[in-house]
Structures are given as C-alpha cells and as structure tokens.
Design a protein around this ligand. Structure first.
Ligand SMILES: Cc1cc2nc3c(=O)[nH]c(=O)nc-3n(C[C@H](O)[C@H](O)[C@H](O)COP(=O)(O)OP(=O)(O)OC[C@H]3O[C@@H](n4cnc5c(N)ncnc54)[C@H](O)[C@@H]3O)c2cc1C
Length: 283
C-alpha cells in the first residue's frame, strides 16, 4: 500500500475543541466543535466545504495539540501528521460552531474511531477549508447522490435549495436505521437505498440507473465510494451525455484503501476511468 501522503501545508493549522458528540444513526456520529480559530474561516458560501483533519499517525509519540511545522522539523517523516477529509455539515461563525458528521465504520482507520470516542474537551486540528460547489438556482432540478460519507454534503445542499426547487435524492445506507432526517421540500423526492450485505455503492448505482435522469436541465452532485462513482460517471457522461460542467462527481473514499492510499492512487484511477469512458464513447 502507498505510504501516507504528508504534504507540507502552506497555511497554518487551526485548532478546535469538541463541545458535543452524539450518534445520529448507528453509523453516523455528529461532532460539534468550537474555537476562536473558526472566525478565520470567514463566511462559507458553498455546500461542499471540507476540512483536512490532522491526525498523529498510528504509533506516533505525540498527541493534540501539536505544531505540525515543528513536528516536521523535529521528527522523521513517518511520524508527520496525516490528514482525513470531512465536509463541514454546518457552520456558524458568530457562535464559533462547526459541525461534522463522521461515518463510523468499525475499528479500522483514524477518523472513524476517533469520532466514535469523541467527547467534550477533545482537541482537533485541521487545514482548510476547501470546496466550491453549491446548488444552482437556475437549474430545473438537482440530482443528489451519495453514500453515508456524502450525506453531510447532500444534506447541506438541501438546506441551501430555494423553497420551490425540485430535487431527486438517492442516498445509500446500510438499512432503515441509517436514515437521517432531511429538509422537507414540496419538490423533493428522497430514495433511501438499503445496502444490506452488498458491496458499497452497488445498490446505489443500480437505483440511480433504475430511476433514470430527472426531466429538465439537471445539475448533479454525486459523491461516495470510488467504484460507484466510476459507474455513475459512465451513466451520466457516456450513456446520457450530461455536460461535465453540470456535474460535481468524485470518489470520497475507496473500499479497501485508507485515505492515504486512495489519495495517492486517485490520479491513476481517474486516468483509467477517463480512458474507459473515451473508449465507450467511441464504440
Ligand atoms: C471532499 C470530501 C469530503 C468528505 N466528507 C466526509 C464526511 O463528511 N463524513 C465522512 O464520514 N466521510 C467523508 N469523507 C470520506 C472520508 O474522508 C473517508 O471515508 C476517510 O477514508 C475516513 O478516514 P478514516 O481514518 O476513518 O479511515 P481510513 O484510515 O481512511 O480507512 C480505513 C479503512 O476504512 C475504510 N473506510 C473509509 N471510509 C469508509 C466509509 N465511509 N465506510 C466504510 N469504510 C470506510 C477504508 O477503505 C479502509 O479500509 C469525505 C471525503 C472527501 C474527499
């Protein structure tokens, strides 16, 4: 497996403290953070804003709070902090509050287990935010698709839609207990897809294909497990000719790889996906 990427951040790390943590579902934990550093994030304008949380790698002999620059100066590369990417589900600059919903997916990994055990007073550090997508008020309809990792971004997009907007939402969760309350809009249709024991993303991709594209000028937001994204890119771009500038689509994670492994192989994976699409478009 590829070594963790430990890029040198060009901006300072920000520090926050947990004020609350609670289970939204058996697989999703909501963590609320506070801290003066949140003021520097400004007023966030997009619904897919994300931060890169900083974790000491397994076996590191330091914990939060730490100074990433000092660690990189003083410790060997394998001890440098690693990052995990998370959507800002909600942000209130005046109240200095940031909300992140974490998928808890067993004992593997850093962020999932950290969130499962998070408690008031815990310190976390992060870089960012990044992001740049939000619902388009000019669109006839939005198609919003994701697994649990993208529920926060889809829910934030729904919160930002105008009252009269139309949206078709497909969200994959393990079973009915994984469903979360979403904003209720008259023009909203939500299809909860239950994965059960199937591979991540397969039932979701099948459900999106079975429902077909909604009528009208569509804007799509599709994120989650990488193989699901591969399948739905083909559905959108090759089979339905949706213009790429109408779609935000990317693999948030890949089954069997940690974030370091996924991020370091993502470019190659995407080159393969685009080559497949080009071949399919010619045939
Ligand atoms: C822009 C962006 C925004 C994201 N927003 C969110 C968010 O708001 N909430 C969220 O939970 N995730 C989000 N993710 C996905 C998250 O970054 C990854 O799931 C990350 O790998 C989790 O880190 P970890 O330390 O828990 O597990 P890792 O150490 O990265 O992985 C350990 C093992 O767990 C598996 N794994 C990782 N994620 C999942 C999962 N979701 N379900 C099942 N198995 C998994 C891996 O394949 C690996 O086998 C986002 C990703 C991106 C790129």
């Amino acid at each position: 497996m590829a070594p963790p990427s430990r890029k040198r951040p060009d901006r300072p790390a920000r520090s926050v403290t947990v004020v609350g943590a609670r289970r939204l579902t058996p697989d999703l934990v909501r963590v609320e953070f506070t801290g003066e550093d949140l003021v520097a994030l400004g007023e966030l304008e997009f619904t897919d804003h994300y931060v890169k949380l900083l974790f000491p790698p397994p076996g590191a002999d330091y914990t939060w709070p730490f100074e990433p620059a000092r660690i990189r100066e003083q410790l060997p590369r394998e001890q440098w902090p690693v990052t995990r990417t998370y959507t800002i589900r909600a942000f209130d600059r005046a109240a200095r509050r940031m909300t992140i919903d974490f998928v808890v997916h067993g004992d593997a990994g850093l962020a999932g287990p950290w969130a499962a055990a998070a408690a008031p007073g815990d310190v976390m550090q992060f870089m960012g935010p990044g992001g740049g997508w939000g619902p388009d008020p000019a669109a006839d309809v939005h198609l919003l698709v994701g697994d649990e990792s993208a529920i926060p971004a889809v829910a934030a997009a729904l919160d930002a839609l105008p009252e009269g907007a139309r949206a078709l939402v497909h969200l994959e969760v393990r079973d009915a207990a994984g469903q979360v309350p979403l904003r209720d809009l008259p023009g909203l249709a939500v299809n909860w897809v239950h994965r059960g024991d199937a591979a991540y993303g397969r039932p979701l991709a099948a459900a999106v294909r079975a429902a077909g594209l909604p009528e009208g000028d569509v804007r799509a937001f599709v994120h989650g497990e990488a193989e699901m994204v591969r399948d739905l890119r083909r559905f959108l771009f090759v089979e339905n000719g949706v213009p790429k500038d109408r779609v935000s689509i990317s693999g948030y994670w890949r089954a069997g790889l940690n974030e370091d492994g996924w991020q370091s192989g993502k470019q190659e994976f995407m080159a393969g996906v685009e080559a497949e699409e080009a071949r399919a478009a010619r045939s």
